[in-house]
Design a protein around this ligand. Structure first.
Ligand code: FES
Ligand SMILES: [Fe+2]
Length: 399
């Protein structure tokens, strides 16, 4: 799709050909090739602690749904339109075993099974053909995960070794405010351009280290040697930075197909294997949210601004006014600045985009696999369904 010579012959911008996005990288809706591929994986849709008895409206992969928790503690994810005569379950009430529609009181359990129809002659005798459309859920790491794909293709919900086998003093902190993008509650662009940023280590030298002052730490701005490597579940980058004391900072960042990002602390306060795993959730084609789960020990100095990430001229992202966003742009500005859905036809990829190229290739291979009825990469059907993370910050002493 990309043509390196596309702009070479232009007499002026007037000659620009019509631009386009690559649908195989960007479309998330049901029925699209990539939307169907994304539906073959589990996605976090909300923090467990946010799912209480009051029903929530959630939007996932372009679908509007109702998320709730029964008084018995089970989460449920149902289509909003009640299967009786169609009012929304958003106005429903949760009870011990399910959610009751406000209009005529039909009661649905988390699997959509209708348990009661109080206006019918025998309210407890429910015809089995009445069932509210539902999706399966599982809770792990303080997140509610949903599977929106074909039931016969449902894989196991994977585990991540860095979040498993907790010692008594260890704790997991789950976060839903897009830590990797300044802490924005919602990122107003397509998920893909946000996610592929993880395989773009070079932007750290410019965006985070010089253009917008030092957003992480001065060491992150040092020149580096970068290589990219495929793994069993995706790919990772290795970034080698020579430090002043003669040692080398070896930093590994990782993507698990399709939308998991595993990045070590960019402020270099946490060394060794990474302490967090994050998921880039496509809410719809033009809205994104990142969930992150951190592992800490009670004895750690746990930052209060855990979701804030970078600093922007001494301020958090949320404290910036408009001139501040212009003066200290970060990941959010750069990625939303690419447009709601970036225009792949207008790009001119260069040497430093090798990781982006490799990630796109893996996504397209996963789309093809699903189209051919094969399991895509990073699909687990037997235990241990555990991903061994490679990401981290490591110091190699001088040889
Ligand atoms: S519309 Fe829901 S019970 Fe009638
Ligand atoms: Fe970044």
């Amino acid at each position: 799709m990309q043509d390196a010579n596309r702009y070479k012959e232009l007499r002026s911008a007037y000659d620009m050909p019509p631009p386009s996005s690559d649908p195989l990288l960007t479309e998330v809706n049901k029925g699209t090739a990539t939307g169907e591929m994304l539906r073959c994986y589990w996605h976090p849709i909300e923090l467990s602690e946010a799912v209480k008895d009051v029903p929530l409206k959630v939007r996932v992969l372009g679908e509007d749904l109702i998320l709730f928790r029964t008084k018995n503690g089970a989460p449920g994810l149902l289509h909003p339109r009640c299967c009786h005569r169609g009012t929304t379950l958003y106005y429903g009430r949760t009870e011990e075993t399910g959610i009751r529609c406000c209009y005529h009181g039909w009661l649905f359990d988390p699997q959509g099974i209708c348990l009661e129809q109080p206006c019918e002659p025998d309210p407890n005798h429910v015809n089995a053909r009445y069932r509210q459309p539902w999706y399966p859920l599982e809770e792990r790491y303080g997140l509610v995960f949903a599977y929106l794909g074909p039931p016969d293709r449902k894989p196991l919900l994977p585990k991540y070794d860095v979040l498993e086998n907790l010692a008594p003093e260890d704790l997991l902190i789950s976060h839903g405010d897009s830590v990797g993008s300044g802490g924005a509650k919602r990122i107003h662009c397509n998920w893909f351009q946000t996610h592929e940023n993880v395989m773009d280590p070079y932007h750290v030298l410019i965006l985070h280290s010089s253009f917008s002052t030092v957003q992480f730490t001065p060491e992150m701005g040092r020149n580096m040697r970068v290589s990219f490597h495929n793994t069993d579940t995706g790919l990772h980058s290795v970034q080698l930075r020579d430090l002043e004391d003669g040692s080398t900072l070896r930093r590994l960042s990782e993507l698990v197909i399709p939308n998991v990002r595993i990045v070590a602390d960019p402020r270099l306060k946490i060394m060794g294997p990474t302490n967090n795993v994050a998921w880039t959730l496509p809410i719809d084609d033009v809205t994104t949210r990142i969930f992150t789960v951190f592992r800490f020990s009670e004895n750690d100095d746990i930052p209060t601004n855990i979701g804030g990430g970078a600093m922007y001229g001494g301020k958090t992202w949320y404290e910036l006014d408009e001139p501040g966003h212009q003066k200290y742009p970060g990941d959010y500005e750069a990625q939303v600045g690419q447009g709601e859905v970036t225009l792949h036809s207008e790009e001119h990829l260069a040497f430093s985009d090798e990781g982006v190229r490799m990630f796109r290739k893996l996504i397209k291979a996963a789309v093809r696999d699903v189209e051919n009825d094969n399991d895509p990469i990073a699909t687990f059907r037997s235990d241990p369904a555990t991903i061994n993370c490679v990401a981290g910050n490591f110091i190699d002493e001088e040889a």
